[in-house]
Design a protein around this ligand. Sequence first.
Ligand code: SAM
Ligand code: SF4
Length: 344
Amino acid sequence: MKDRLGRTIEYMRVSVTDRCNLRCVYCMPEEGVPRVSHGDILTFDEITRICRIGSDVGISRIKLTGGEPLVRRGLSSLLGMIKELPGIEQVTLTTNGLLLEENINALVSNGLDAVNISIDTLDAGRYEELTRGGSLRKALEGMEAALLFSNLKVRINCVLMRDVPADNYVSIARLSENRNVDVRFIEMMPIGQGRDFGVVSGGEIYDVLKREFGEASGCEGKFGNGPAVYVRFPDFRGKTGFIDAMSHQFCGTCNRIRLTSEGCLKPCLQYAGGTDLRKLLRSGADDEHIRREICRTIYEKPACHQFSDCASAHTDVWNDERKTGCHQERGQIYETKDMSQIGG
Ligand code: SAM
Ligand code: SF4
């Protein structure tokens, strides 16, 4: 369905847990976040029900995320349950990759269409520091295991950080030189711990990569569910993408909503609150009631985030009405949770 600004909302990111086996410095505090009890997390049946009702109103693509989605036992069976729903065309996963090798067969058998693996550095020591204890080897083994499936789209997500040397990003980009993998560079967003980090723009890294690999060609067409802009460097097998949430605000074409692991439907990453679908589910609401609440949440989706000064964040696609809507978001309360709690 379309929201009040005419944006088509067709993509839902579903967080299956707020727990994680890593503590990435920009995502989680070292001590972790207060644990949500099992009873407060949506069951697989509840998640599937929301996806089914969502598909009735036009949600056709689902991303499973977290926290670390693979720490939730039986994730592949949830994936299968969602994939079987009429109207759901694609189910994908975002993971840190540590548990991917042991899960990939079951995930692919149950219909996984694509996997995004988060790897910010190929330096094992720096990886351990950034993730506070993670094993780069396990993440890379996860990636290689995923690449054995020729029909599975594999992408690497890399968040850009100021005090990491630029050649770090050259080596990450090289992952797509000889592999059938796309690498995406993501600008740090001021969510949770990410507020303490400066922004390195995708443009800065693009310049570094051009100096190293030569002029890239633009890639036409739609790849993935989001706002990444892709190029291909000469002789590279895979594409290189840039998700410039800070330097190029793309809210005007936003197509997504988010479901937290506790069942809160959030229309925008930045604002607190959302619609408590768990309460409805557990108080016996019928499908029609839940459908109405999903539609209302989508319809009222904020015009834009306020990560940077809204007034200077116009994109070409924004018309005057949208700009006005953008200013009206001021005064809303911002989300204070970490990315792992919202479902990144
Ligand atoms: N644990 C899984 C993983 O790391 O891929 C899924 C959840 S994680 C929150 C999803 C993505 O959000 C990761 O690629 C992570 O790097 C990214 N992320 C976390 N905090 C961020 C921030 N403040 N700005 C931009 N991306 C962020
Ligand atoms: Fe965990 Fe992913 Fe956050 Fe890292 S980015 S702490 S792996 S949820």
